[in-house]
Structure formats: C-alpha cells, structure tokens
Design a protein around this ligand. Sequence first.
Ligand code: FE2
Ligand code: FE2
Length: 193
Amino acid sequence: MTMELPEILRCPSPSRWLELCLTDLDTLLLDHAHCEKKAASTVLTFSFRAAEHELAGVLSRLAREELSHFEMVLRELERRGQRFRPLEPSAYAGRLAALTRRRPLPEAMVDSFVVAALIEARSCERLGLLANAVDDPELVGLYQSLHAAEERHHTLMLELGARFGPIDDALGRLGEAEAKLITAGEPWVRMHA
Ligand SMILES: [Fe+2]
Ligand SMILES: [Fe+2]
C-alpha cells in the first residue's frame, strides 16, 4: 500500500511510535476501539453546538460511520480473544482540544473542526503505517479500510470548518501544536501517543 503524509500534517510520526505499537497490538486495538467511539461522540457534540440544517445530515452519517468503525474494531478484538474494557487515553486529543477557542461560536467551530481534521489526518497516516507493518491479513484489511475512511474524513472536517470562517490561521497554529505533541510522543501503546 502506497501512502503519503496528509498535507495538513507538519511532520511524520516518529518511527519509535510504530516500533512500540508492534510490541502490543492488543492494547493498540483496545485504544483504537475507544478512539472510534470517541470520534462518533465528538461528531455528535458538533451537531449539538451547531444545530444547522446543512450540517445535521452529514454529521449524523459521520457519527454512524464512526460507530461502525467502533464495531469493526470490537469484532477484531473478539477475534483475537480480547475484551473491550476501560483504558486510560493518551493526552494528545485533550491537549489539542485545550487549545481551541471557546467563543464566539464561529471561531470555536473553526478550531474544533480543524482539530478534528488534524486527528483524522494523523489517524490516516498511522493506519497506513500499521497496514504496511502487520502480518495478520485480517488486521491488514481492517487497517486498510479504515485508512481510506479517515482520508475522506480529514478533508470533510476541513470543509465543514471552513463554513464557519477562514481556517488558515487555525490550521497554522493548531497544526504546529499537533506536530510538537507528535514529535515529543508519549511512552505508551496508544493510537495517538
Ligand atoms: Fe473512524
Ligand atoms: Fe474518522
């Protein structure tokens, strides 16, 4: 599978992230299941904060798609004899969310959609790296299909954000912060460590 770094990301993932994840794919899948469920929940939050007719359908479909990803990862956990259970998340998404403007609403929505786009883009990069690195054909198939979905999602998030105002400044500021978090890394097996 050939892959390019999504354009909005300022740096590739350090190789130590992939090396660490390959030592514990079960924990990675468990964290991944939580991430997909969180993605669905975040999209629904957007539809409460900006309850506009034009967004309602697209956000509803997106939330359902993320829930279907959650179920796909759950099935893979089950196939591997693992159970879904609580797991402490990495700090990455919370640190990015803390940098978003809270008001006025248009600026808040621009920042929130830009952060969502960055997270989707990072997921896209990492799912591609995993698809190329794991041996199990079922897992390769799962990572490939989710990689394609997150590739679509990060451009969709940018389009939705741009409906609320110019996104270039937010993309610069938050993209830089994202690259710093990824370069620093976190010392545990997580999708976004
Ligand atoms: Fe997803
Ligand atoms: Fe997604």
